[in-house]
Design a protein around this ligand. Structure first.
Ligand SMILES: Cc1cc2nc3c(=O)[nH]c(=O)nc-3n(C[C@H](O)[C@H](O)[C@H](O)COP(=O)(O)OP(=O)(O)OC[C@H]3O[C@@H](n4cnc5c(N)ncnc54)[C@H](O)[C@@H]3O)c2cc1C
Length: 371
């Protein structure tokens, strides 16, 4: 007779990735437990924007944002070096939602699906067929590490080898002001970017992402005078909250009965706005692999899911690091907005990179030379 486990799947971490995995695994009929050392709703510094592709995968997990307060946007605008360029999503709109609200909705859905959740519960070790939670061993068939950027599960499972580690600092704050744009605005400055996402009828989320650490949110805003002007008379509705934005690619995301998901499994720079969509897609790929008892399909799917956002992240970081490239790119794109629209279509998965292809790259190169 096979071993009887307390649960089929034990998920370490109840952030977006852990909850998405738990919900998806329940959809495949597995018994699931999630433990998080924090209490819900869990907040985290985040740009709080979900692009149409992110909303689509969230919908597949049964999470709908229809009944709660959100802000809506039709595309992305780049602003900087005296230039600005906007593009609309080819299909659908994006939504901005307060991180705590999204967490609440995901917890509700996990509860409804029958996920057993342990809050304020710290995981201190994993064994071959068990997890140690607040000193108590809980046996399980599968262990999922969804414990974020500084994942211990990743270390314990010997999965930390990887490459391309770039680190920036994120700061986020909310302001009470009617959103002035139907786009998520990305302002490009000398040391980083500020991006503005509408999260309600009368509230915006502003995230600053920079290489050097700004001493305060207000100091960081000085780098973006146009945005600072917009927020001058707006009261803040939250305190500034910080978080690291790390770009990391792992060599492997599974070992034995352990799989990593979300930021524990590698991450792209925050500026891509794709972090949560990646986590949701990975969760949807991991659940059937767990149900079928074979993690190899997840390893392959993970690398496919991450490849485009990783490419986009590297391109954006190049623009961030080089004043010359940033200035030229912004000018070139504002001169050729159709090119920006096609890049956004690739970014949200509505156009294949291959279809953007050589002609798109040549056109971009030509515009860069002219700018
Ligand atoms: C500045 C900034 C802006 C961003 N903007 C966006 C955006 O606009 N759109 C977007 O899609 N993404 C954005 N992201 C990325 C997004 O925030 C992440 O992709 C997302 O939080 C990843 O979720 P996760 O569940 O993997 O990790 P986390 O949200 O970090 O969750 C990990 C959880 O594990 C728990 N945990 C850790 N260790 C243990 C342990 N030993 N025992 C128990 N629990 C444990 C923690 O308490 C935590 O709740 C942004 C990120 C940053 C830094």
């Amino acid at each position: 007779m096979g071993q009887i486990f307390d649960t089929d799947v034990f998920v370490v971490g109840g952030g977006p990735a852990g909850l998405a995995t738990a919900i998806a695994a329940r959809q495949h009929g597995l018994r699931v437990m999630v433990a998080d050392s924090a209490q819900p709703p869990i907040d985290k510094a985040c740009g709080e924007g979900l692009m149409p592709d992110s909303l689509e995968v969230l919908g597949r997990l049964g999470v709908s944002l229809e009944q709660c307060e959100t802000g809506s946007f039709q595309g992305i605008t780049f602003i900087g070096h005296g230039a600005s360029v906007a593009a609309e999503f080819p299909q659908g709109r994006g939504l901005g939602i307060r991180r705590v609200l999204l967490h609440e909705l995901m917890v509700e859905q996990a509860q409804w699906c029958g996920v057993e959740m342990l809050w304020g519960a710290h995981v201190s070790a994993i064994r071959e067929d068990a997890v140690l939670v607040d000193g108590r061993a809980i046996s399980c068939r599968w262990i999922v590490g969804a414990d974020g950027q500084s994942s211990h599960v990743r270390d314990w499972a010997g999965l930390s080898a990887g490459s391309g580690r770039a680190q920036r600092i994120g700061l986020r704050q909310h302001f009470q002001v009617r959103p002035w744009s139907d786009y998520v605005e990305i302002h490009w400055g000398r040391h980083g970017q500020a991006y503005v996402t509408p999260v309600g009828n009368n509230e915006v989320c502003v995230a600053l992402i920079s290489r050097p650490k700004f001493s305060s949110f207000r100091e960081g805003l000085r780098e973006f005078p146009e945005l600072a002007g917009r927020l001058q008379d707006a009261g803040s509705t939250t305190r500034a909250r910080g978080s690291l934005s790390i770009s990391r690619t792992l060599k492997r995301v599974c070992h034995g009965n352990v799989a990593l998901v979300g930021e524990a499994s590698g991450s792209v720079d925050a500026i891509t706005g794709e972090g949560m969509a990646l986590a949701f897609r990975q969760a949807l790929a991991l659940a059937p692999a767990l149900a079928n008892g074979d993690l190899s399909s997840y390893a392959a799917a993970h690398s496919k899911i991450n490849s485009l956002p990783e490419f986009m992240s590297r391109s954006m970081l190049l623009m961030d690091r080089s004043h010359w490239l940033r200035r030229r790119s912004l000018r070139a794109l504002s001169r050729e907005p159709g090119l920006f629209a096609r890049m956004l279509a690739v970014h949200v998965g509505e156009m294949r990179l291959r279809d953007f292809g050589a002609s798109g790259l040549l056109n971009l190169g030509w515009q860069l030379l002219r700018a």
